[in-house]
Design a protein around this ligand. Structure first.
Ligand code: 5AD
Ligand code: SF4
Length: 441
């Protein structure tokens, strides 16, 4: 009889893809996905360590599994991902109902570790780093019926922004060979996938450590040349490494969507220096200007941190000013969270929690205004929507995304799923647009 696997994924898209890889690997061992931990023989928490809030959520999730395991002692509980990498064996001490700890470079070992526990081999942990990440090669199987899929093009990060734990937990940058990526995209297209998101901590430095002159621009061009993928996006980009060559591809490559996620983190030069970001606010403004020159409709989204050590009121006002100048389509904003092992831990000028909260509220209020304004600029225009399927509450309502990554809801039929539908935007909201279908593929 098949055994059940339940994976709870925390954190970024990288983790979502790693979870898909885990599902694929355990599928070969006879484990099939189930919809709740109660039905599972194997529960995996794929963890994140980017902010303290993520850690709290994970620990409360893990705590709730304790009772379940008491009632079903054969259940195996594993933790993987960034927090597992950070805590290693200590995780087993923190939670006595945990069986397996596997790090970011050890996903490929999951089947073997599960087998060992089942055979009575006791609790296991492996957070060793490998020169090359073995799981980079594993092709994940996207969920049945999905229109879009992720493709990992690189893993790790060499940047060492002073606030960030990721380089410590995911290891140095490693790019996947270009041919392997192209083959995966062809294969996804054969299975009906129409949109891929290329994943990496810093996709702009793709190819740096590969022989043969691969670069991110070349990768985008070669994917476009395949002619099999309707839409291509990528995340995440470092502004310093976004080349003019890549900027020039927007609006020129048919498959490349008019959307870029370009995390800025702060609008103050002093803070950017303390963060070790390697660009100034002017550099950033100029890059966005160039992007809009070559592609006026491009949607720009970003990440922002408030309350970094030493951030003064004046620095914060600079951030608001940068937002006024750019007017982001979407912004993910966070209160600075101190991470063990990072350089920023030793920086003076800690900002009190209440002050961080105050700044975040102001910033998010401004962003809401900008997001609504940007969305309203689409009212009356016709856009191409890739339909993801019926919306949750109402089967007569379809939901999909524009090339600029805006969610559009419109009246339609289930068979529109996976198709391109031209819709006229009749109303804009803060987080979505309302459309009316005009023509379909
Ligand atoms: N505190 C707050 N936000 C952080 N991020 C990364 N590290 C931290 C931290 N220590 C944010 C950055 C990054 C996003 C993924 O998470 O904005 O771009
Ligand atoms: Fe979280 Fe960063 Fe790890 Fe993604 S790479 S899971 S965001 S810590």
């Amino acid at each position: 009889m098949a055994k059940g696997i339940y994976i709870h994924t925390f954190g970024c898209q990288m983790n979502v893809q790693d979870s898909e890889k885990m599902t694929f690997l355990m599928g070969a061992e006879g484990y099939e996905p189930v919809i709740s931990p109660r039905e599972a023989d194997l529960v995996i928490l794929n963890t994140c360590s980017i902010r303290q809030k993520a850690v709290q959520k994970i620990m409360s999730r893990l705590g709730r599994l304790r009772d379940l395991k008491r009632r079903k002692p054969t259940m195996i509980i594993a933790v993987g991902g960034c927090l597992a990498q950070q805590w290693g064996k200590e995780f087993l001490e923190k939670a006595d109902h945990l069986d397996i700890v596997f790090g970011t470079h050890n996903i490929h070992r999951l089947p073997e570790m599960v087998r060992k526990v089942r055979e009575g081999g006791g609790r296991v942990s492996d957070i060793s780093f490998h020169g090359s990440v073995p799981s980079l090669k594993i092709q994940a199987s996207p969920e049945e019926g999905k229109v879009g899929a992720y493709v990992t093009i690189m893993q790790g990060c060499d940047n060492f922004c002073t606030y960030c734990v990721v380089p410590l937990l995911r290891g140095p940058e490693e790019s996947r060979p270009l041919d392997e990526i192209l083959a995966e995209i062809r294969c996804l297209a054969d299975r009906g996938i129409r949109e891929v998101t290329l994943l990496g901590q810093n996709v702009n430095s793709y190819g740096r450590n590969l022989p043969g002159g691969a670069s991110f621009a070349r990768l985008l061009r070669e994917i476009d040349d395949l002619g099999v993928m309707e839409r291509v996006r990528f995340t995440t980009s470092h502004p310093r490494d976004l080349s003019d060559e890549v900027i020039g591809l927007f609006g020129r490559l048919r498959s490349l969507c008019e959307h870029i996620h370009l995390p800025v983190q702060s609008g103050s030069d002093a803070v950017l220096t303390m963060m070790n970001r390697g660009y100034t606010r002017d550099d950033y403004l100029r890059k966005v200007e160039k992007l809009r020159d070559v592609c006026p409709d491009i949607a720009v989204s970003s990440d922002m941190i408030v309350g970094f050590p030493g951030e003064t009121e004046k620095d914060f006002l600079q951030t608001l000013d940068l937002m006024e100048k750019i007017r982001f389509d979407n912004l993910f904003s966070f209160k600075y969270s101190e991470r063990e092992g990072t350089v920023a831990v030793g920086l003076p000028g800690k900002v009190p929690e209440e002050e961080k909260a105050r700044r975040l509220t102001i910033l998010q209020g401004l962003q809401d205004r900008h997001a609504l304004e940007r969305n309203r600029s689409w009212e009356g225009r016709e856009v191409e929507v890739l339909v993801e399927g019926p919306s949750k509450g109402d089967p007569r309502e379809m939901t999909g995304r524009t090339r600029g990554n805006k969610i559009v809801n419109f009246p339609g039929r289930g068979e529109m799923k996976g198709r391109l539908v031209k819709t006229r935007i009749v109303r804009a909201f803060l987080h979505s647009l309302r459309g009316e279908p005009v023509a379909e593929e």
